[in-house]
Design a protein around this ligand. Sequence first.
Ligand code: AMP
Length: 550
Amino acid sequence: MLGLMQDWPLTVDRILDHAKANFPNREVVTRSIEGPITRNTYGNIWTRAKKVTGALRARGIQMGDRVGTLAWNTDRHLEAWYGAMGMGAVLHTLNPRLFPEQIAWIINHAEDKVLFFDTTFTPIVEKIAPLLTSVKLYVAFTDRAHVPESSVPIEAYEDFIHGQSTDAAWGGFDENTAAGLCYTSGTTGDPKGVLYSHRSNVLHAMAANQTDVFGCGASDVVMPIVPMFHANAWAISFVGPMCGAKVVMPGGKLDGPSVFELLETEGVTFTAAVPTVWLGLLAFLRENKLKPTTLKRVVIGGSAVPEAVLRAFEEDYGIEVLHGWGMTEMSPMGTVGKLLPEHAAQDRESQLKTKLKQGRPPFTVEMKIVDDEGVEKPHDGKAFGRLLVRGPSIAKAYFKNAGAKNDKGEALEKCGFFDTGDVATIDPLGIMQITDRAKDVIKSGGEWISSIDIENLAVGADGVANAAVIGILHPKWDERPLLIIEPKPGAQPTRDQLLKFLEGKIAKWWMPDDVVLVEKIPLGATGKINKLALRETFKNYKFPTTQAAE
Ligand code: AMP
């Protein structure tokens, strides 16, 4: 027997329809690429998104066609986002921090027909245009006056949508229709495309905005610092219009002073970014003795939250940190670290320990940890294993069946779960802690050492700007940890000071065998430490003890 409820497919165009119907005057504020702060509304964004649809259709774009964007978070990007998805085209965000050749490879693989881009990225577009095999239309997110002279035929976005009507139809297709495409950072092998559906995006946004996750409402002012090209801006481009929050789009300026200015002038209450952005903001606040006055909650994810960052936000500024873990393949939200009633009676230090863990899954995410044979490990907070996940907003396959593990083209384990590539523990309250990336774990004498744990402690030491730990081959132990430190400007922390700082905080056999200082720790395209580059730099490195033994 079927239920007797209405047929209302979960398509994302309904999210902007909802915002227009209920919050037409709620603001969307942007630090524009041209410079000034601009003020827009959901009502107007809806109007202009409809025009984008009209313009795309007029140029022959159809359902299922891929529409690329190489752009920062702005209101125009949001309009193109809904304009493309609303008509059933696939909005494909591109990460401008990748090498131009990689971007070209991804565009060709995705067969993007249109490329929207910010004028900041014109040099990239000019470099890749001769390599592109499918792009027919280049549209710069600006007006005619700001279109740069170029060898590429560039149209101004404002001209592109000009004169279009607002009655272009949206939706009306299956909720499982593809809506968005985002390639993984591809630290190993070619990048792989994650193809979100309308249904997965809607469910994910609802899951991400549950009370114990983001918990945003119409009184919030949300600023997605995390770019729309980094896994859907962690759902915020859907969550904002869904709950009627005012949205502040930071454009391309993500440095401490620029972020702080917007936080204060726009009264931001909720924001989200990777730890590197927060390190920049916190350094700026400290140097200038400033304090955010309206910010209540920050989501920090993408890599583990360093203890020093957690303490600074919560103890110095009274801002709640929500530690989040996820991945592009999970839309991206996997867990968020909100405390439970069971933690209420604990002292602050114990609570802090829990908050440094990656947190628990919201409804729609199932998790388990398994050994190499797929046998489940206990949820005792100690046993660690490969972290597998399942849910309606988690990839079952990659675009064009890349990385398929079975003959159906799926990238799933035999049990039907997706292997995250992370190694983790889960405690009896269901709180997950990442021990490491499976490939970054340091395998010493048959035991595993977590590089992340040591890094997070080391960034708290005096004079340290950033820290990384990698495994170095060792004749006796297979691998031993090497601690790599980027000092703060002007600081020169010594090996002995750093090792002394770690003493007692980690097991003796986890102590790095050596410490080296580098000018800059390389970061990857999404702001995470680029371990691959570090392993390459230190591939001939030998510990002093190893050299002595040889
Ligand atoms: P991406 O798909 O580029 O966002 O990368 C996903 C990966 O980033 C995950 O599989 C984790 O290895 C890592 N990651 C994301 N969030 C966290 C976190 N809070 N702590 C530790 N690692 C994280």
